[in-house]
Design a protein around this ligand. Sequence first.
Ligand SMILES: [Zn+2]
Length: 478
Amino acid sequence: MHMDKQKELERMRSVRPPQYWQSLDFAQLVKDYPPPPDYFNTIYVMPPEQIRELQARRFKTQIERAWQVPFYARRWKEAGLTPADIRTPEDLVKIPTYTVENIRESMANNPPWGDFMGVTPADGANFPLVLQTSGGTTGLPRPMLYSPQDREIMAILGSRRLVMHGVRPGDMVLVTRALGLANGGFHMREALWKYTGSVPVMTGSGKITPTRRQIEIMKAWGVNVIAGFPAYLRHMAMVARDEMGIDPRSLGVHSLDSNLGMEDRKSVEELWGAPCYDFYGAHESGMIAADCVHQNGMHIQQDAFIVEILDPHTGKPVPPGEKGNICVTTLFKHSAPLIRYNINDVSCIMPGQCACGSTLPRLEKIFGRSDNMIKLRGVNVFPEAIGALIAEDPRSNGEYICVVDRVGADARDEMTVMVEVADNSVNRAELQLALERRLHEALAVKVVLTIADKGGLDELTGTSQTTKPKRLLDKRKG
Ligand SMILES: [Zn+2]
């Protein structure tokens, strides 16, 4: 026993852990991936041919790294590819795409990390690693191990978005995103704290810091920017106004940062009296694209990503203006590069240039998840698109859930959309009729509509508790 303790003491004195500050050449890093404001004077306005050169250079290094990752080496060999076949971004189309299903399979066959992960905790002896996950609502969330290079560049990419969204040095930024395993909150903390000069206030979701307390904190500490999911931003404003007698517009918020998708931007902006900016990213990739001050499409960070839009049926790239699945290739990742990862989110590249003068192309918006898409009598329906239509009607507070079930002797798929009223004075029969008509006309397929009390769907959606409300309940899956 005594000897063991002696040994432990010796280990404590002699084992030298890898140091974060020594793991990167920071001066080179910020030259390669400029944080604000340098980004806006370089990459953001770079002539397209220069960007393509930069991408081609980084692509080469990224592909070399990917060949060292068993997941890609295996799949690419199966597809008959050799390193000589993948030299420039033009060769991307030869490479097979993959989806989250392939990642799950890779994890099941190579537990716990999967063979797409190019580093393991054992590598932590050489450089510090950090683990965060997807938001995962069913089963175990998908983990991602980040090397210092990945993590630091992701923080820079995140800070560019936040500065585009109005965050300035000295601002107090309330982060109502998930804290814990999910990457959302911690990613923002790193981006805000290290690269924007603002102070992150990490309250997390309503489950971690009750909404009333969040409002009290905002008031007391002069919070002037809020980041969170649109449904929660709306919920917060209504709690302030209806339960605390505080006009949210009086709180001095100058910017809102949200991933809007199909949610109604206007209703959030009107509640807070501040602009609400959109962005797009994933925990595996980092911040892919963000709105500028014009709120007219999200500029793609092309020094870090190649984004393709693929036809969901043929898998072939579609021209600007046409909708398809977002397929992303990273240009900077060491721990787990993403090469043609089909995220299955539907968007399109906007034709033309933005009024802000940036040369970077824009994703129009995220129209929904193509695996969340419900086929009703031959028509593709996104729950998110239904949410956008509901939010147009001020008689509802915008809270909803779509329930899909197989009904009748012919077992046909039916969707019931449950919608909350804005307050109890609303005529429910009129609202039901109006929304049923509006949805039928916009979706070209009939859905059943039911009206619920204000807050009545919270148990199903989780809006007051989670950061990511549930909008689809698929009962066909048991
Ligand atoms: Zn712009």
